[in-house]
Design a protein around this ligand. Structure first.
Ligand SMILES: [Zn+2]
Length: 482
């Protein structure tokens, strides 16, 4: 029987060159440039969450520094130095895991060996992982060497917790902050690997794995590996969702749509379904916020924006949803969802908080704001509907005249009538820009006046308009009017 040794995917597809590294272009570019210009700092510090490539980056950098026949700045991967570094047995590259080796005695061998020249390569390189775990005594022992290392010595520190590294150390290093990898970048990488491995995986399954990995490529590959072991060479979205307790992409989009259209029944039934099937509700909140954040990006920058973290299928839905709602409201919904995510940290009844917050978000999506009402009233006034004097920070767009006889002759716009009803003392303060001083009122009989906010809200014409189009924005009303 032929025996094929299984190599774990994270290991098999670990990046071997700078070109292979995904999502850390800002770091790669600087390191390449340093090698090209032969300006290698004494010490580097890579900071970032786990599984995004800090150790991989350290090894590629070490290989690039010591490679015997580099291809430009890329390590060749084939020379004895490259192979030994990749296998972790190079005499010139020492790796120390400070999570388990954090005492003075653990760093002493490093301090003692720096004086010796490298065996095969140009540099003696020390990679210290999880360096924030080193004891103060260990750091102090290293400090002298770090301040004035022999010319053939280089240090590479990596840590998940940059804040815990002493300032005296950080200031002696070139610091790089590695980013979480974007979901769509992880999806592309998973797709590439599935093609190589002849795995038939649904696109939404890959998306679910990437979502579950939260920006960590290593976690994503481990999960894919795990799913393949369970399910063989066919991976579905349902399998992947089950592993992470995530909500399916479509279910999430349906919930977002329910918020946008104010469909409270759908909101409640979605939450009921997620909760009873054991979905991770805190994750749901985070992903919903991400969806609305993407909606803001689509509205502000368009569907091709690089800031969008979405797969092509998601973008299609986002574009559709973005058409139906005013950007300001989406922004306020994001605010509401961010507030909910914040409160979820302390609250005990997670489900209730989510239900109430999403209903509130749906009201934001569908209830006319006082600013919008004011805009309509202004439009009515401009159309000759009444002698209203309201803040005119921005001139209202011209609208078709309403069917209402007005006994007023055409007049120049500058001499706009401002009857006695302008800011009445009883009126509650309108949430808009202050009124500019107006010329004295023209001697015309006021056709109609809005003395305060409740007058505005009770105006029959306005109400008729709003009621005829529930959930519509003012922009819609304007467009739909004859
Ligand atoms: Zn090489």
């Amino acid at each position: 029987m032929e025996e094929v040794q299984h190599i774990a995917l994270p290991l098999k597809y670990r990046p071997m060159t700078f070109d292979d590294v995904i999502g850390q272009e800002h770091v790669v570019k600087t390191l390449r440039h340093a090698i090209e210009a032969n300006r290698i700092a004494n010490a580097y510090l890579f900071i970032g969450p786990r599984g995004i490539g800090k150790t991989t980056m350290s090894r590629i950098f070490a290989k690039a520094l010591n490679c015997l026949s580099p291809n430009g700045v890329e390590p060749c991967g084939a020379c004895v130095n490259c192979r030994e570094i990749a296998a972790g047995r190079s005499l010139d590259v020492t790796e120390l895991d400070a999570a388990s080796h954090n005492k003075v005695d653990d760093v002493k061998p490093i301090i003692e060996s720096v004086q010796f020249k490298p065996a095969n390569g140009k540099f003696k390189i020390f990679i210290i992982d999880e360096c924030h775990m080193l004891s103060n005594a260990a750091w102090n022992a290293l400090l002298k060497t770090l301040e004035e290392p022999p010319p053939h010595v280089r240090f590479i520190f990596a840590t998940t917790e940059g804040d815990k590294v002493l300032a005296t150390i950080v200031s002696r290093c070139q610091r790089f902050d590695l980013r979480r990898i974007q979901t769509n970048d992880i999806v592309s990488r998973l797709r590439y690997i599935c093609e190589k491995e002849k795995i038939d995986a649904e696109e939404d399954a890959l998306l679910a794995i990437a979502r579950g990995a939260e920006g960590g490529m290593r976690d994503a590959l481990s999960s894919l590996d795990q799913l393949i072991s369970f399910k063989g060479d066919k991976v579905t979205e349902a399998d992947a969702l089950g592993v992470f307790g995530l909500v399916s992409r479509r279910a999430l989009e349906t919930l977002a749509q329910a918020i946008l259209t104010g469909d409270v029944a759908q909101i409640l039934s979605s939450i009921e379904m997620f909760d009873s099937s054991g979905k991770n509700m805190r994750r749901l909140a985070g992903e919903l916020l991400q969806h609305f954040r993407n909606l803001v990006v689509v509205q502000a920058l368009g569907p091709a924006s690089k800031s969008l973290t979405a797969t092509p299928d998601q973008v299609k839905v986002l574009v559709e949803q973005a058409k139906g709602i005013d950007a300001g409201r989406v922004f306020r919904i994001c605010d509401q969802l961010a507030d909910m995510e914040d409160k979820l940290r302390y609250v005990l009844s997670v489900r209730t908080l989510i239900e109430m917050s999403l209903i509130r978000a749906s009201r934001i999506a569908t209830t006319a704001t006082i600013e919008e009402l004011l805009r309509v009233v202004r439009a009515l006034k401009n159309a000759g509907g009444g002698a209203v004097e309201l803040p005119t920070a921005a001139p209202a767009a011209p609208v078709a005249p309403v069917a209402k006889p007005v006994p007023v002759a055409p007049k120049p716009a500058a001499a706009s009538p401002a009857p006695a009803a302008s800011p009445a003392p009883a009126a509650s303060p309108a949430p808009a820009a202050p009124v500019a001083p107006q010329p004295p009122p023209a001697p015309e009989p006021p056709a109609k006046s809005f003395a305060n906010r409740s007058d505005i809200l009770n105006d029959p014409v306005l109400n008729e308009l709003l009621n005829s189009l529930p959930g519509a924005t003012i922009a819609d009303i304007k467009e739909k009017r004859p």
